[in-house]
Design a protein around this ligand. Structure first.
Ligand SMILES: Nc1nc2c(ncn2[C@@H]2O[C@H](COP(=O)(O)OP(=O)(O)OP(=O)(O)O)[C@@H](O)[C@H]2O)c(=O)[nH]1
Length: 210
């Protein structure tokens, strides 16, 4: 069995930083976690990638093609579909190791996860190659401080979870940038949800205001 975390979330939410820190944490405890860059538009990241989609295709390849004439979003979707159409490249690069652990650092285009098939197809391939895949949805702490952003962030995470149908974990990043009082508010609310969820019965609902 092999393991993979599909690290997704809006642009700039902290996906690459999460991958870097998890990889470093693993190194500190003498374990090896490989990171794959799946963003064909990535310019820089601090981890050492075991694999990089840019060795297969880069966003500029799609955008500079005079026949395709893609803009940034269309170009990115084209690159991800190109990966799926050339999935043998990924299969060969991954080889057939046992107990390997990978983090897949995905692009920030949220539609890839919420209502397109491309990432779901990628997950199906990984499962065929004996991977157990978990979704890790990374969300900036600002998304949980304001009610409207909280609803939007929760809905996007939920849509990704429903579309991909794999075990799913949400992670709030940039907590260090919050004031003490904002952190306390989030902690209080989290406690409220955890307690409510523990006591809620079938057909009942839980609610709370931030
Ligand atoms: N203070 C702080 N900064 C963070 C944290 N996580 C990420 N950042 C910063 O936020 C910025 C974006 O982080 P990335 O890890 O590149 O975000 P990303 O989701 O990979 O971005 P895209 O690949 O563009 O979608 C960088 O400047 C990071 O240093 C965090 O937990 N705390």
């Amino acid at each position: 069995m092999r393991y993979a975390q599909l690290v997704m979330g809006p642009a700039g939410s902290g996906k690459s930083t999460y991958c870097t820190n998890v990889q470093r944490h693993a190194e500190d405890s003498k374990r090896s976690i490989h990171v794959i860059n799946l963003d064909p538009a990535a310019e820089r990241f601090d981890y050492v990638p075991a694999l990089d989609i840019r060795d297969l295709i880069q966003l500029s390849d799609a955008m500079e093609d005079e026949d395709l004439m893609f803009g940034p979003n269309g170009g990115l979707v084209f690159c991800m579909e190109y990966l799926i159409n050339n999935i043998k490249w990924l299969e060969d690069e991954l080889g057939s190791g046992e107990d390997d652990y990978y983090l897949l650092d995905c692009p920030g285009q949220i539609e890839l996860f919420t209502h397109m098939n491309v990432i779901r197809t990628l997950v199906e391939h990984l499962e065929d190659w004996n991977f157990r895949v978990c979704g890790v949805f990374v969300l900036d702490a600002n998304f949980v401080l304001e009610n409207s952003k909280f609803i939007s962030g929760s809905m996007v995470a939920l849509a990704a979870m429903a579309n991909l149908a794999i075990p799913h974990v949400n992670i709030i990043t940039k907590m260090d940038l919050l004031s003490k009082s904002s952190k306390k508010r989030i902690e209080r609310q989290h406690e409220h949800w955890t307690n409510s969820a523990a006591h809620v019965g079938p057909g009942e609902s839980t609610s709370g205001n931030l």
